[in-house]
Design a protein around this ligand. Structure first.
Ligand code: SF4
Ligand code: SF4
Length: 184
């Protein structure tokens, strides 16, 4: 018998009527990129062509769109699988219904970020960006090793200009609580 694909925890629990938000899909359709959400007829082309879905059973763009159509707002926004999308736009190119799937995922992410549902790894990257101008802090050991090998110092980041550009972006505001990581 074929092994059943593992589902993220946000898709395992039975759906309760109380968690459905029937108005959400109408709000989403007003946002740039998500206008075609309701055209999705669940053919699965986006998922079958998605390079990320090829490597994990947890990420299914088709399922996220279906959940949004049903009004499962909290489950979509709190799902960390949302953050696995690499924004390659293959799904958008292949959707027979002209749903801008990658943009719909971006809209979900924007809403997730606004409600504070951002995985810790992205918070850490944001923090590093603000502090150093780079998304990843380069360990001191690595810098010393470069020096010992006679390599030139790495160019300095410009955190001041990063902070200027990002001023007012909610993602970078400090009050958000991290969401638990479903993949752990
Ligand atoms: S390819 Fe388009 S129509 Fe098919 S499941 Fe994905 S979003 Fe829906
Ligand atoms: S944009 Fe995201 S959802 Fe679409 S195919 Fe690429 S990784 Fe998959």
């Amino acid at each position: 018998m074929a092994e059943q694909a593992a589902k993220p925890s946000s898709q395992k629990e039975p759906i309760k009527a109380s968690e459905l938000d029937p108005k959400w899909k109408y709000e989403l359709q007003k946002l740039h990129g998500a206008e075609g959400l309701m055209r999705c007829f669940q053919c699965g082309t986006c998922t079958s062509d998605c390079p990320v879905a090829r490597f994990t059973d947890n990420y299914r763009p088709r399922t996220l769109i279906h959940m949004a159509q049903l009004g499962l707002k909290d489950r979509v926004l709190k799902s960390d699988t949302l953050w696995l999308c690499s924004a390659c736009f293959t799904c958008t190119d292949r959707c027979p219904q002209d749903v801008e799937v990658a943009s719909v995922i971006r809209v979900f992410r924007n809403q997730a970020a606004e409600s504070g549902c951002v995985p810790q790894v992205f918070r850490d990257q944001a923090q590093s960006l603000i502090e150093t101008g780079y998304a990843f802090k380069i360990p001191e050991l690595r810098l010393k090793k470069r020096e010992s090998q006679g390599l030139p110092p790495l160019p300095k980041g410009n955190p001041e200009s990063v902070r200027k550009v990002l001023k007012g972006v909610k993602f970078f505001e400090p009050k958000q609580e991290p969401i638990p990581n479903e993949q752990q």
